[in-house]
Write a protein that binds this ligand. Sequence first.
Ligand code: NAD
Length: 469
Amino acid sequence: MRIAVVGSGYVGLVAGACFAELGHDVTLVDNDAAKIAALHKGEVPIHERFLPELLQRHRGSRLSFSGNLRQAALESAVIFIAVGTPPTEEGEADLSYVESVAREVAGAVNGGYKIVVEKSTVPVYTSTWVRKVMLLNGAQESSFDVASNPEFLREGTAVTDFLYPDRIVVGADNERCAAVLREIYRPMTDGSYYRGKNAVPGPDGVRVPPRLIVTSTKSAELIKHASNAFLAMKISFINAVASVCENVGADVSQVCEGIGTDSRIGPRFLSPGVGYGGSCFPKDLMAFRAVARECGYDFSLLDEVIRINEDMRQRFLRKVRNALWTLKGKRLAVLGLSFKGGTDDVRESPALCLVELLLKEGSQIVAYDPAATERAREVLGDRVTFAANPYEAAGGADALLVLTDWEEFAALDLDRLREQLRYPIVIDGRNLYNPEQMAAHGIHYYSIGRPPAAPKSQPANAGTAPGSH
Ligand code: NAD
């Protein structure tokens, strides 16, 4: 099938490369000329596992790049909209990018039958608006349908999430439209893709083929917002439990094991830490809350989810203060700047937010991130020193703060790390380490929802606050 994907960001680029991988002819469109030029040159604009291989495999054959949306729409049977839907000042989704695509595509659908698919995360009723805008801009009623096909990929594992999803949701209001979308995903739903010898390997234990669920467009739009709100709620819930654990001296990792093994609850997203971030959860929660308000429902549970999340940053800051006493002039090593491990995305990153708060307190920050340094530098400039590796960041620091759950941080040489630090203090906002092990390596260790640990000879809460430089 000929497909155009409009917007070549984290979602569009991955979706486009994966559609090509499934055997479709794909044109990836973007109005950022520099991005299209970089893709033409063979560059990979984002850090995402398996993406370089897929772009390499299909570039110039099944995958092309273009800045000409109208032309791409004319040549395609299905047009996926994957542009950004950032929050407005009021917390609603800004749909102006979606609207501008709908306007431009309107003139390219007549003379056949095309489907415009919302891949971007959008509030309920967006499909109705897309349809209206297209009709106002010259599209003929019978020449197109608007469908919703929300994307559930996670940055860091985006390619495998796309190709090995728990389910595919298709919101279509008639069978003709649903049939076209079923056809696009057929290599996945009939299992033929997974039998190919060049298939991207799936995660351990994954079940294929995935189920494809057809709903109304409105239900599909709601499914995406409700899913993200539920996952964010799970994170805030366990963070609230972690705070109670700290107050009573319990261990949240034991509590997580106890509740996560209940099959009705499940272990995923029960990871206490400095809170969720990224380009999706914060904005989607606000947008969902705004949608609910607009349709007359006060979804105050979402207010609480957001409040708990914001509170986790303040709690972490207090934890740093409790470990170090004053922060002014302290040299702090920071591991992790991206909003989570496996990605270079720093949008709404809790790590960046904490770095800003610490800079405000007068601390000096030396930071290391395996992939997000360049993007973080665009935000932080020269207010922060960037190190080439975790040990360099730790050099002479009063404490080390872990702010992103990069896998490689969990495998650091703890003795080498301790030797680099001026004081052997680690404050872990992602619970990457075993407290006893840290203590055995001579480190004073503070984490989320677990009792602090200290080397044998020294109590956890005494004598750890170094003086400032
Ligand atoms: P992004 O900012 O990385 O990419 C958006 C791209 O769209 C940019 O390259 C931009 O230049 C391009 N663009 C904007 N207007 C355009 C236009 N008129 N014509 C052509 N290109 C245009 O955003 P993203 O992270 O890929 O997110 C896209 C959508 O997908 C959002 O609605 C988001 O909520 C949703 N989503 C994101 C994720 C994620 O993990 N990032 C996951 C699921 C869903």
